[in-house]
Design a protein around this ligand. Structure first.
Ligand code: URA
Length: 272
């Protein structure tokens, strides 16, 4: 093999393994050896070095936390933090300060939410991709354009819908979030939904639908039906739909998605 071919094969191998960015604006000391320190408060990092300002203006640690909790401990810490939040701003700050999810270490930004939390309509996706990570906003890449078209089909836009994700940090290489990452972040999305208190919840894709509806049933069977999502304040009607990224890969399924959107519009009209 020529040197060029070797270099190309090495690059292709890295892309296959999930590497999709070669450089960052700032060097990141991912494997920094930590200094011993006092045990931090649950889930909150006191054990990081320099803070950096992210695209969304929130400060976050620029290096690996000293102390990484086990996922079940981290989920408990997340639950305690989430329960103490009474506004979306408090929740965003609590999530920005939480170091119990390893995805934060490789993400550039916390991706919290976008749109109008008072609109009565809330979409929950899976996790940010590269564009969302860069901008610190959910659904701003090609999937986001598709989601905007879906929302547009029921005569709404981001001023009349609210959008967030199950996971607020980008999984490296856009892999699916794993079950322990979902478990750790679940208290945050649950509190997020409670604070937004939408009239209607839309769960886009199998990960959001199965996790929030606590079922192993696949999205093909869940979609297009009304389910109930229970909160402390009462039940919220929840519609499962195909994820916009899936519709981009399988355009023939848009027919079903558009039927689901009609169902959604009907429900919104009914609820006023
Ligand atoms: N896919 C998601 O599920 N969420 C985003 O924010 C972007 C793509």
């Amino acid at each position: 093999m020529s040197e060029d071919k070797n270099a190309y094969a090495a690059l292709a191998w890295q892309v296959e393994a999930g590497a999709d960015e070669a450089i960052l604006n700032e060097a990141r000391k991912r494997f920094l050896k930590p200094e011993p320190a006092a045990k931090p408060a649950p889930g909150i990092s006191t054990a990081t070095t320099a803070a950096k300002t992210t695209a969304t203006g929130s400060k976050r640690s620029a290096s690996v936390p000293l102390h990484m909790e086990a996922p079940d401990e981290a989920a408990k810490s997340a639950a305690a933090l989430a329960a103490a939040c009474n506004t979306l701003d408090e929740l965003r700050d609590a999530m920005a300060g939480f170091d119990g999810c390893a995805l934060k270490n490789t993400a550039m930004n916390l991706v919290f939410g976008d749109g109008n939390p008072g609109s009565g309509l809330m979409f929950v996706g899976e996790a940010p991709g590269a564009d969302e990570d860069r901008e610190g906003k959910p659904f701003v890449g090609v999937s986001g354009q598709m989601l905007d078209r879906m929302i547009g089909a029921i005569n709404r836009d981001r001023t009349s819908a609210y959008i967030t994700n199950m996971i607020p940090w980008r999984p490296p290489g856009n892999r699916n979030p794993d079950p322990s990452e979902l478990m750790v972040c679940l208290p945050f999305i649950r509190r997020h939904i409670e604070l937004v208190a939408p009239k209607v919840l839309v769960l886009t894709g199998g990960v959001a639908a199965k996790t929030m509806l606590k079922t192993k049933v696949g999205i093909t069977r869940l979609r297009g039906k009304w389910h109930t999502y229970d909160t402390e304040a009462g039940p919220i009607p929840a519609l499962a739909m195909y994820h916009p990224a899936y519709l981009l890969r399988q355009p023939a399924q848009k027919r079903l998605a558009w039927q689901d959107l009609l169902r959604l519009e009907e429900k919104l009209t009914e609820l006023g």
